[in-house]
Design a protein around this ligand. Structure first.
Ligand SMILES: *Cc1c(COP(=O)(O)O)cnc(C)c1O
Length: 440
């Protein structure tokens, strides 16, 4: 008996909060029932009702080679046949760590975790241990996972659902987080002038992509590295999304390597696991060797460095060549171009913003530089656009606050599907705006 997505969703809601394992998947902000997925291959996802979509979510970033890449599948299969987990060191962890160290200049040590959230939690613990200070500076709209201290004005699902800061976060924890507007260097300088001796770390997304895509203002990350250094604080560059996605050595490779700066700690995730649960905290030995058992800072994980996950990551990275990145750049540019052309043709106000091959469309005619700007976008128009795209075979992130992801598997056929769908979706977006004007 086949069941529809709606039937699965109803069943799911009786046994899982909101019917999902992660909030944005539930389609709350765009309305309707989420599609339940049966399988995916290359650039296409197929739902339980047999409908096929061109996928622009890519599992939120990890599927940089497309789904079920034959080499990844074969080697993970082989790895699992030698047991899914050992709870002991294995060569594949070393090989993956060597890949990361080899690619990202400032990285000398890598500690694997199961999620980006854990990697960021560990990064902050390291920063606090290294400095003997407590306060963490975070930027509004940047998402760093769901650890208590970082759920203050976070992007991603928190933004999508319009949640206030989550209940369950102790006031004391939130008090150690200093929240500043993204890109506002003067505010960071003031924070250091006022509280410099209490600030353990500044954490930032290398290029914010969890409030829609907001490229860092020129020189911003560089200035953060100077300020943290001169005040004895740690710069945590969160590359969970951008790492190994925007280039062979992540956003740091596009900016820091060129401008001559480096963070003290990196966090990686998404692409390094090739779709399996894997992330990492990484950086110079002087900081990372504070971790137990080399040092006194405790951090651990039953499944950390899981051999199947490390294999998926290692095989994925082995295909992440300069060639792949130039393909991703050109595919992203083409998708962006057909979508903006359709919106322009139908007179729908919008802003396309990009950071490397990450991009997103805001339904607004103002530039979006901060979380406050992003919150001024027209999310109802996005919802109309989203559903029309889905109906015409294109799977976008179900939120106006998320980046769109392309993969090495996207080709000219996919682009044709996207172009045709974008025209209908731009019309639907325009009609939605028209209906609202008529209501007033
Ligand atoms: C996805 C993401 C995280 C959290 O990673 P999870 O694996 O979902 O816990 C942290 N930081 C950034 C920048 C991310 O995009």
């Amino acid at each position: 008996m086949t069941q529809s997505s709606a039937e699965w969703f109803a069943r799911a809601r009786t046994v899982m909060p909101g019917g999902v394992s992660s909030p944005v998947r539930a389609f709350r902000s765009v309305g309707g029932a989420p599609c339940f997925v049966a399988h995916a291959r290359g650039s296409r996802v197929v739902d339980v009702e047999g409908r096929e979509y061109v996928d622009l979510v890519g599992s939120w970033g990890p599927m940089i080679l497309g789904h079920a890449h034959p080499d990844v599948v074969a080697q993970v299969w082989e790895a699992v046949s030698r047991s899914a987990s050992f709870g002991a060191p294995a060569p594949v962890e070393v090989l993956l760590a060597e890949q990361i160290v080899g690619r990202v200049g400032p990285v000398e040590r890598v500690r694997f975790t199961n999620s980006g959230t854990e990697a960021v939690m560990t990064a902050l613990r390291l920063a606090r241990a290294a400095t003997g200070r407590d306060v963490v500076v975070k930027f509004a709209g940047c998402y760093h996972g769901h650890a208590d201290s970082l759920l203050v004005s976070a992007g991603s699902g928190v933004a999508t659902l319009g949640l206030p800061d989550s209940p369950g976060v102790p006031a004391g924890t939130a008090q150690d987080t200093l929240l500043l507007p993204y890109g506002d260097l003067a505010a960071v300088e003031r924070a250091f002038a006022d509280h410099g001796e209490r600030i353990a770390a500044v954490i930032t997304e290398a290029a914010p992509a969890n409030m829609g895509v907001i490229p860092p203002p020129p020189g911003f990350n560089h200035a953060l590295s100077r300020l943290t250094r001169s005040h004895g604080a740690v710069l945590v560059l969160d590359e969970v999304m951008t790492g190994f996605r925007v280039g062979p050595d992540g956003w740091w490779g596009l900016e820091g390597r060129v401008e001559g700066w480096a963070p003290d700690v990196f966090t990686f995730g998404k692409v390094i696991g090739g779709g399996m649960p894997l992330a990492a905290v990484a950086g110079p030995a002087a900081v990372l060797d504070l971790l137990a058992p080399a040092g006194p800072v405790y951090q651990a994980g039953t499944l950390s460095g899981n051999p199947a996950a490390c294999t998926a990551g290692l095989v994925t990275l082995s295909h992440c060549t300069p060639d792949l990145y130039s393909r991703l750049d050109s595919t992203a540019a083409q998708v962006a171009q057909v979508v903006t052309a359709a919106l322009a043709r139908h007179g729908v106000p919008h802003r396309l913003q990009s950071a490397g091959n990450l991009f997103s469309v805001f339904f607004t005619d103002e530039p979006v530089r901060t979380y406050a700007d992003a919150q001024r976008q027209d999310t109802r128009t996005f919802a109309a656009f989203f559903h029309a795209m889905l109906e015409h075979g294109v799977w976008l992130p179900p939120s106006a606050y998320e980046a769109w992801f392309v993969s090495g598997a996207h080709d000219a056929d996919d682009l044709a599907v996207i172009e045709a769908a974008a025209d209908m979706a731009a019309r639907a977006a325009d009609e939605q705006r028209g209906d609202r004007r008529a209501e007033r």
